[in-house]
Design a protein around this ligand. Structure first.
Ligand SMILES: NC(=O)c1ccc[n+]([C@@H]2O[C@H](COP(=O)([O-])OP(=O)(O)OC[C@H]3O[C@@H](n4cnc5c(N)ncnc54)[C@H](O)[C@@H]3O)[C@@H](O)[C@H]2O)c1
Length: 357
């Protein structure tokens, strides 16, 4: 029997846009929780709540004067994550904050520190960590089947239509490095290890906006592995996690891979979960064979698994799969990537352990 207040954990969703509405759907499909209320000042959201019979508020302060949820998911624009999150943390309410944790590491650090000081659970919504494919890939890597990891390559090439940028995404926090690459970086940290240094190049030659439309990054991991990432929101191509994983139905699915991880005894391509190893002796003159694990339809599975983890963390049964500290560390790598592109030199991500933990 669960403690009474968690039999049906009441969860508020702050920001009912693209991401927030997916969280709302996943909450509604989960028997362990229920939607408490939605906060979003937009007319579309007022209409959306009215049509669906959801309790609605236009700002967090007003909402928390009326209703106290058991937890909240923050899915507002990046630059106001921290301001919204602190309102909940101040009242001891656990939160899951969409990625990136904030649009800058200074405010993200203050959020992590505040949650730690007040002993409130803070999770980051890097939901790909919860994908079954990634869990299996992590098991394969951790089991040593690939041998010593040597190198990795990640692709995120996709094309965003012009009207995508008619919003806050036009601003400095709306480029693909902060919006998309943050997921890929988080996964590489999760699968391979902490990143020691990065060297990157950015371009806005196609969109000519304030932010990059494309970037390439070289990585050195602390365990000696080296890697590369390539990202663009202005290329028509199938090679991105968005298009290949099948986890989000809004992206037409392509049966391709977008991550390649290589070791001394084998290699792995994802999301196909196809592993390669030598049949006999390891040699470029000897045949190699592949093995592909079956993968099923993954639609919204990672978001559901992430929500289950949030509920279990609040119940004291599990540790966060992606904590606030994880969100901060990923953001510090992203900032190092931005700085490297600006100064044209390799940059080491700041170590958050220096001051705060
Ligand atoms: N995990 C993922 O794969 C994923 C996917 C998409 C977006 N995101 C993240 O989710 C967040 C939201 O992105 P989106 O694409 O849904 O943006 P969006 O613009 O579609 O939605 C943001 C919503 O927040 C609302 N909002 C603005 N100010 C608010 C406030 N003060 N209080 C409450 N609501 C407010 C807006 O009215 C809007 O409805 C971003 O941090 C983004 O990076 C994550």
């Amino acid at each position: 029997m669960l403690p009474w207040r968690f039999e049906n954990m009441k969860i508020a969703v702050i920001g009912a846009g693209l991401a927030g509405r997916q969280h709302i759907q996943v909450i509604q499909n989960n028997k362990m929780c229920e939607l408490d209320f939605i906060v979003d000042p937009s007319n579309e959201s007022i209409e959306f709540c009215k049509n669906n019979g959801f309790s609605h508020f236009s700002n967090v302060t007003e909402a928390l004067m009326t209703q106290i949820p058991d937890g909240a998911i923050i899915a507002t624009p990046n630059s106001i994550h921290v301001e919204n999150a602190l309102d909940f943390i101040d009242r001891g309410i656990p939160i899951l904050v969409e990625k990136p944790l904030s649009s800058d590491s200074e405010s993200a650090l203050s959020l992590v520190q505040c949650a730690k000081k007040k002993n409130v659970h803070l999770l980051t919504g890097h939901h790909r960590r919860h994908n079954k494919i990634i869990r299996e890939a992590k098991d394969t890597i951790d089991s040593g089947q690939l041998g010593r990891l040597v190198t990795s390559h990640s692709m995120c090439w996709l094309f965003k239509p012009n009207d995508y940028f008619n919003s806050w995404r036009k601003s400095i926090s709306g480029g693909p490095v902060l919006i998309n690459l943050t997921h890929d970086i988080d996964l590489m940290r999760y699968l391979i290890g902490e990143i020691e240094s990065v060297h990157s190049f950015e371009s806005n030659a196609n969109r000519k906006g304030k932010v990059e439309d494309s970037a390439v990054v070289s990585l050195r991991f602390k365990n000696g592995t080296i890697g590369t990432l390539s990202i663009s929101d202005t290329i028509v191509a199938p090679w991105s996690w968005e298009h290949t994983s099948g986890e989000n139905p809004i992206y037409p699915n392509q049966k391709e891979s977008c991550y390649w991880i290589g070791g001394t005894h084998g290699s792995l391509e994802l999301p196909k979960l196809k592993s390669w190893k030598s049949l006999n002796e390891r040699s470029w003159w000897e045949p190699i064979q592949s093995n592909q694990s079956p993968t099923d339809n993954n639609i919204n599975q990672p978001l559901s698994a992430q929500l289950n983890n949030f509920i279990s963390v609040v119940q004291g049964k599990e540790e966060p799969v992606c904590s606030g500290e994880d969100g901060l560390k990923t953001l510090l790598v992203i900032e190092a990537i931005k700085l490297s592109a600006k100064i044209g030199k390799a940059v080491k991500p700041k170590n958050p352990e220096l001051k705060c933990f």
